[in-house]
Design a protein around this ligand. Structure first.
Ligand SMILES: C[S@@+](CC[C@H](N)C(=O)[O-])C[C@H]1O[C@@H](n2cnc3c(N)ncnc32)[C@H](O)[C@@H]1O
Length: 223
């Protein structure tokens, strides 16, 4: 289900954000990023895909035993990530590549974990993006999101609806409803909901985990 946040708008918005992104969003999003990485590490880690890796702000926080793959639609954001990888000698980062989250150039079941921090409300097609995450994660692997989720009632809901047109120009949807993720997981085959954990500031953000089902046991060929 696509809506009015299109790919060009998003790419333009993040080209503008790239020079100042870490300054503006570094601290604000820090707790959620750390929680997402702790959740990745708790799975045992391995081959990790970070979608919407942006300036690569979270890359130094993963254990060096993980093999990291970062993709993003914005080349200016990725250039910052590349500079960080070189400056901090992050030799566990295997790939940084311009790529659309709905068209990941990786084989099925390739990653132990797919993680997207503050991304699912910024992509033009959240459901298509989640389908693609599910395709590239291995059976038994996890999809880990951290994101602002829109309020269901009250003044925050009114504010988010009023702010939505401007926020689209800045590159995200502030009114994104939790129900959209719930509906996706209920309809998609072979994935289950693990948890939704409120995150600061004020619990407006959530850490969300989905698990991909283990492959069904292979039928033994008749002797
Ligand atoms: C709010 S930033 C989050 C950056 C980083 N994950 C962080 O924790 O700060 C959203 C990122 O998602 C990227 N993005 C948006 N749409 C995308 C898409 N369709 N495919 C890949 N990346 C996308 C943007 O370019 C941007 O870098």
């Amino acid at each position: 289900m696509a809506d009015d946040l299109d790919r060009d708008k998003v790419a333009k918005a993040y080209a503008r954000w790239a020079p100042v992104y870490d300054l503006v969003f570094g601290q604000v999003f820090e707790r959620g990023r750390k929680a997402a990485i702790a959740a990745v590490e708790a799975t045992g880690g391995g081959r990790i895909l970070e979608v919407g890796v942006g300036t690569g702000i979270s890359l130094p926080d993963y254990r060096r035993t993980n093999r990291l793959f970062g993709v993003d639609i914005s080349e200016p954001m990725l250039r910052k990530a590349q500079e960080r990888v070189v400056a901090q000698r992050l030799d566990n980062v295997e790939v940084l590549s311009v790529m659309d989250a709905t068209k990941l150039a990786f084989p099925d079941g390739w990653f132990d974990v797919v993680v997207a921090q503050y991304v699912i409300t910024a992509v033009p097609d959240p459901e298509g993006t989640l389908d693609e995450f599910l395709r590239v994660v291995k059976p038994g692997g996890e999809i880990i999101l951290v994101n602002h989720i829109g309020a269901e009632t009250g003044p925050r809901k009114i504010f988010e609806a009023a702010f939505a047109p401007l926020a689209r120009k800045l590159g995200w949807r502030p009114e994104f409803p939790w129900q959209r993720l719930r509906t996706w997981v209920d309809r998609a085959a072979g994935v289950h909901f693990i948890e939704r954990r409120p995150m600061p500031p004020l619990g407006h953000f959530s850490l969300i985990r989905f698990g991909k089902a283990l492959a069904p046991p292979q039928m033994q060929a008749a002797q």
